[in-house]
Design a protein around this ligand. Structure first.
Ligand code: GLA
Length: 364
């Protein structure tokens, strides 16, 4: 049995807070291009128990690494550990800027597999941020919390991510998708079809160069925008596709993905509002093809899951979700068929990739 907070630290936690992982329905690699995204919260959560201390020491422990003892650091001099605790360190680092003066003890537990593309890191940041907000009575609203979490990730952890994951983990719920304009941070909740027939399958594939590839894509998008004479790819639209096509390779394909993906987010929102799930499914598949061929962030095992979905009855559409290079797919299914469809997709994909794909949602 995992040690409790009291086992670890000799007393009860002062607060317990949780945050969900997210699944992005559509709008991938658009957030750092000032574009649109449409994530929803998962029923899988990360939980943080926390007790403030009188001194500047911080102790952190995670049930994922049960064999390890709590790690310690001081908020007076926050250094990197180059492991998962950098997220907690990064959050402390941004909160010290906002007046945090005392340390704390933390126990983390998560239902999310790391590396599955479902934002276990943003869920940890937001859960820890909620716990610290409550314990230290910080006046931070949910959007500010997302911004601080992102600052921790970009400024301290060193991952050049956009704002989608932190916004989703801070503001999304399971019954709706959060339609976010990442340029203004304006957001709107779009009701999901009743029964929320979303299926999430983890390919089990973990690419080891994710952060390097992600940074390369970001740079390519910035270079494409510069070549088009705009400050971000949000400034161009599908009307500009001929100018985009004449960019050098692969900037033309990268920009084409972003511009068509932004349009697909808007079309998905319209289709969800109209209850047209067939159209939502078509847009999912189109998004996948664009990520596979133009943005080149998919992998063969993930492609095989999406291909398998195409031939399964009751599946409207499927696509790679999250940053890519492995990770998970999201599928939209008929209400009563998500469990059977999940099993069928995995069985079919396993013929070619006897890997570790498994259904994460609906949870068994
Ligand atoms: C990762 C990043 C997000 C976003 C997605 C791709 O999840 O953290 O900011 O860029 O990739 O859509």
């Amino acid at each position: 049995m995992a040690p409790t907070f009291a086992d670890l630290y000799g007393g009860p936690p002062a607060v317990t807070a949780a945050a969900p992982g997210r699944v992005n329905l559509i709008g991938e690699h658009t957030d750092y291009n000032d574009g649109f995204v449409l994530p929803a919260a998962l029923p899988l959560k990360t939980t943080v128990e926390l007790a403030p201390r009188e001194d500047p020491m911080v102790r952190v422990w995670s049930a994922e690494f049960q064999e390890q003892r709590p790690q310690t650091f001081s908020i007076d001099r926050i250094v990197h550990a180059h492991d998962w605790t950098d997220y907690v360190r990064g959050l402390a680092w941004v909160l010290v800027e906002r007046g945090l003066q005392r340390g704390f003890d933390v126990r983390v537990s998560s239902q999310m597999p790391a590396g599955s593309g479902l934002s276990s890191s943003a869920a940890l940041l937001i859960a820890a941020g909620r716990a610290m907000r409550a314990a230290f009575k910080l006046s931070i609203d949910d959007v500010q919390l997302a911004q601080l979490a992102r600052q921790a990730e970009t400024g301290f952890v060193g991952a050049p991510v956009g704002i989608m994951d932190q916004m989703a983990c801070s503001l999304a719920d399971e019954s709706s998708a959060l339609f976010i304009d990442t340029r203004s941070l304006h957001y709107e909740r779009i009701a999901l079809p009743l029964g929320s027939p979303l299926l999430v399958i983890d390919s089990g594939v973990r690419h080891s160069h994710v952060s390097g590839e992600y940074r390369t894509r970001r740079d390519e998008c910035a270079r494409a925008a510069a070549a088009l004479g705009v400050s971000s790819l949000r400034e161009v639209s599908e009307d500009d596709l001929s100018a985009i096509d004449s960019l050098s390779k692969p900037l033309n394909r990268r920009a084409r993905h972003v511009v068509t993906e932004d349009a697909r987010v808007l079309a998905t929102v319209a289709a969800l509002r109209a209850g047209d799930l067939i159209e939502v499914g078509r847009l999912f598949y189109a998004s996948h093809v664009s990520m596979r061929d133009d943005f080149e962030v998919s992998t063969p095992a993930v492609d095989a899951l999406v291909e398998a979905a195409r031939s399964i009855r009751g599946v409207y559409g499927a696509r790679l979700t999250g940053g890519g290079f492995g990770g998970s797919i999201v599928a939209l299914t008929e209400h009563s068929r998500s469990i059977a469809a999940g099993d069928a997709i995995i069985n079919r994909q396993k013929r070619r990739f006897p890997s570790q794909a498994r259904v994460l949602v609906p949870a068994a």
